[in-house]
Design a protein around this ligand. Structure first.
Ligand SMILES: Nc1ncnc2c1ncn2[C@@H]1O[C@H](COP(=O)(O)OP(=O)(O)OP(=O)(O)O)[C@@H](O)[C@H]1O
Length: 575
C-alpha cells in the first residue's frame, strides 16, 4: 500500500490541511475535560457562578472550534481519498491499455474489472480512515495519557491494566481476521467471473437450457462470498462489545479507586471526572486504531492486487529508439518466424517464411487451430515472435513504434466487435475525421449500404451495447467498412467473410479488389471459393507452411491444399 501512497504526493496541500485541522481538533478535545474539572473543583465547590459562566463560555468556544476543525478535516480527507481513487483507476486503465494480449491472457478480464473498481474502492475507503485516524488516534492516546497523569498520577495504574488486556484482544482478533479479509477479494473475483460469463454467454446458456445450472454456479460463488463475509462480521461482532466491556470496567475501576482517593483527600471530584473522560478518550483511540488494523489488511490485499497490475512487465514494448518507416508502402516479410503461446507445449507457428507486397492478395488457409490467426496476430505485434523476424516495409516490427505499425494496418477481426454508438460512429472508428462520403463509400464497398438504408435512421442508427441489435453478417460488414475507411497500406481480413452468404461474399470481394488494388491484402478464409483468386495462397498445417503458390500451383503440388479443395469443390470445379 505504501507503493500506492506515493501517488498521494499530488494531494499534499490537502493532507497538510487534514493534519493541521485534526491536530487542533484533538487539542480542543483534550483540553475540554480539564476545563470541566476546573468548573467542578473551583466554580461549583466555591459556588462561583461568574467563574462557571466564564469557563463554560471558553468550553463552548473550544468545542465549536474543534467541531469546525473536524468538519474541515473530514471534508479534506474525503476529497483526498476520492481524488486518489480516481488517480488509481486512471493509472490502472492506462497500464491495462498498454498490455499485450499476453498479459490479458495471463490476468483475465474479470479480475481486471474487479481490480479497477472494487479494489480501488477498498483502498480509497481505508485511505479516508487512515487520514483521519492515523493522526488523531495516536495524538489522542498520548495526549490523553499525559493529561490523565497530570490530573492524578496515582490512578494511572488502572490504565496500565486495561490497555494490555485491550491489546491482547485486538491481537487475537487480527490474527483470526486478516486471512479472512484477504479472502474477500479473491471470492469477489470469482463471483465477477461467473457473472461476466453469464452475461456475455446468455444466449448459449439459454439455448442449452443451462439456466438452472448457471444459477447454481452463481449461487455457490455468492454463498461462498457471503459465508466469508459472515465469518468476518462474527469476529467484528465480538470485537466491539468486548472493547465496550473493557471500557466500562475501566470506568468502574476508576470510579471505585478514585472514590477511595477522594475519601482520603488525595483527589478532587472534578479531577476524577476529567480522569474518566481521559481514560475513555485513550481507550477510544485504541478502538479507532483497531478499526484501522481491521480494515487495512483487506485494503492491503486490494493494494497488492492493484500493484500486481501496475507492476506487470509488458512483454510487447516500443523500443527506446524507434526506426522511422517509409510512409506509404506495405511490404510484409516473415523470416523464419516461430512462436509459442506462454504455457503452451507445442509452438503455434514453426519456421514461417513468406513475403507479400502492395497490389497483392495473400490468402491464408488451413484447418482450425493451424495457426492462421496467430500469424496475423504477430503481424500486428499483438505478441512478439519467439524466433525469426517480421519485417514491415523492411523494418523489424519490434524496432518501430506499435502505433506507427498499426497505423499501416486495417484489421477486420474474426469475431466482429462493435461499440455502443451510431453505425456512422462505428465506421468512423477507423478514421475519426472521415467525411460522410467516405463513410458511405466504405459501407458501399463492404456491401453494408443496403441494410443501413433499410434502417429508419440510416447511419445514425444506434448500435446496442456489444452490437446485439445487428446480425452476425451485418456486424462483419460494418467491421469491414471500419477498416476500409482507414485506407491503410495493409489489410488483414481474419475469416471476415464467414458470416456472409456466397452471393454477398462474391460481390464484396469483387468490390474490394478494385478498392484495395494498391494495398497489401491478407485474407484468412476457410472457403476455397474465397481464396482461389488470390495472388498467393499460404497453406498452413499444424503451425507449418504446407505450401505456397497460386490455386493451380497448389492443386498440383500441395497435398493438404488438394484435400481442402476436394472436400469443398465438386469434381467438375476441381477440373
Ligand atoms: N491465447 C492463446 N493461448 C494459448 N494458446 C493459444 C492461444 N490462441 C491460440 N492458441 C493455440 O494456438 C494454435 C493456433 O491457434 P489459431 O487461433 O492461430 O488457429 P486458427 O488457424 O486461426 O484457427 P481457427 O480457424 O479455428 O480460428 C491453436 O492450437 C490454439 O489452441
Amino acid at each position: 500500500m505504501i507503493k500506492l501512497y506515493k501517488s498521494l504526493r499530488h494531494f499534499l496541500p490537502y493532507i497538510c490541511g487534514v493534519i493541521l485541522f485534526l491536530f487542533v481538533q484533538v487539542l480542543s478535545d483534550l483540553y475540554l475535560p480539564t476545563l470541566m474539572a476546573d468548573i467542578v473543583d473551583h466554580g461549583i465547590v466555591n459556588k462561583d457562578i461568574g467563574y462557571i459562566f466564564q469557563v463554560g463560555g471558553h468550553m463552548l468556544l473550544i468545542a465549536a472550534g474543534g467541531t469546525l476543525c473536524a468538519v474541515a478535516a473530514n471534508f479534506l480527507s474525503a476529497k483526498t481519498a476520492v481524488g486518489f481513487g480516481r488517480l488509481l483507476r486512471n493509472r490502472i486503465f492506462t497500464k491495462v491499455q498498454s498490455f499485450s494480449l499476453q498479459e490479458f491472457d495471463k490476468l483475465g478480464t474479470a479480475t481486471l474489472i474487479t481490480r479497477t473498481t472494487n479494489d480501488v474502492t477498498q483502498v480509497q475507503q481505508v485511505s479516508v480512515l487512515i487520514l483521519s485516524m492515523m493522526i488523531s488516534a495516536p495524538l489522542t492516546c498520548l495526549g490523553g495519557i499525559s493529561m490523565a497523569i497530570h490530573e492524578d498520577p496515582g490512578l494511572t495504574w488502572v490504565l496500565l491494566v486495561s490497555v494490555p488486556v485491550l491489546f491482547a484482544i485486538i491481537g487475537i482478533v487480527l490474527t483470526r481476521g486478516i486471512p479472512l479479509f484477504k479472502l474477500m477479494q479473491i471470492k469477489l473475483d470469482k463471483l465477477n467471473l461467473v457473472l461476466r460469463e453469464n452475461l456475455t454467454g446468455i444466449r448459449v446458456i439459454r439455448a442449452f437450457n443451462r439456466i438452472e445450472k448457471e444459477k447454481k454456479r452463481f449461487d455457490d460463488a455468492n454463498l461462498d462470498l457471503m459465508n466469508n463475509a459472515v465469518k468476518v462480521n462474527k469476529i467484528m461482532a465480538v470485537l466491539m462489545p468486548m472493547m465496550m466491556l473493557i471500557m466500562n470496567f475501566t470506568t468502574i475501576a476508576i470510579i471505585w479507586f478514585g472514590g477511595m482517593r477522594i475519601n482520603n483527600g488525595e483527589m478532587q471530584v472534578g479531577s476524577l471526572m476529567a480522569f474518566i473522560q481521559y481514560s475513555t478518550q485513550i481507550l477510544f483511540s485504541f478502538l479507532m486504531m483497531t478499526m484501522l488494523f481491521v480494515t487495512v489488511p483487506r485494503a492491503q490485499a486490494s493494494a497488492a492486487r492493484i500493484n500486481e497490475v501496475l507492476e506487470t512487465e509488458v512483454e510487447v514494448k516500443d523500443p527506446i529508439q524507434t526506426k522511422v518507416v517509409p510512409l506509404k508502402k506495405g511490404y510484409v516479410e516473415f523470416q523464419g518466424v516461430s512462436f509459442r503461446y506462454p504455457g503452451a507445449e507445442q509452438p503455434a507457428l514453426k519456421e514461417i517464411n513468406f513475403s507479400a507486397g502492395p497490389g497483392e492478395i495473400t490468402a491464408i488457409i488451413g484447418g482450425t487451430g493451424s495457426g492462421k490467426s496467430t500469424l496475423v496476430n504477430l503481424m500486428m505485434r499483438f505478441y512478439d515472435v519467439g524466433s525469426g523476424r517480421v519485417l514491415v516495409d523492411g523494418v523489424d516490427a519490434r524496432e518501430m513504434s506499435q502505433e506507427s505499425l498499426r497505423a499501416k494496418i486495417g484489421f477486420v477481426p474474426q469475431k466482429s466487435v462493435l461499440f455502443s454508438g451510431t453505425i456512422g460512429d462505428n465506421i468512423r472508428y477507423g478514421k475519426e475525421n472521415a467525411s460522410l462520403e467516405d463513410v458511405e463509400h466504405a459501407a458501399q464497398v463492404a456491401q453494408a449500404v443496403d441494410f443501413v438504408a433499410g434502417m429508419e435512421e440510416g447511419f445514425e442508427h444506434i448500435i446496442a451495447q456489444g452490437g446485439t441489435n445487428v446480425s452476425g453478417g451485418q456486424k462483419q460488414r460494418l467491421s469491414i467498412a471500419r477498416a476500409l475507411v482507414k485506407r491503410p497500406e495493409i489489410y488483414i481480413f481474419d475469416d471476415s467473410f464467414s458470416a456472409l452468404d456466397f452471393k454477398t461474399d462474391a460481390k464484396l470481394r469483387a468490390a474490394l479488389k478494385q478498392e484495395v488494388s494498391e494495398a497489401t491484402v491478407f485474407i484468412i478464409a476457410q472457403r476455397v471459393a474465397t481464396v482461389m483468386d488470390a495472388d498467393r495462397i499460404i497453406v498452413l498445417d499444424d503451425g507449418q507452411i504446407a505450401g505456397i503458390g497460386t490455386h493451380q500451383e497448389l492443386l498440383r503440388t500441395c497435398e493438404v491444399y488438394h484435400e481442402i479443395v476436394a472436400s469443398q469443390l465438386s469434381e467438375g470445379e476441381l477440373a
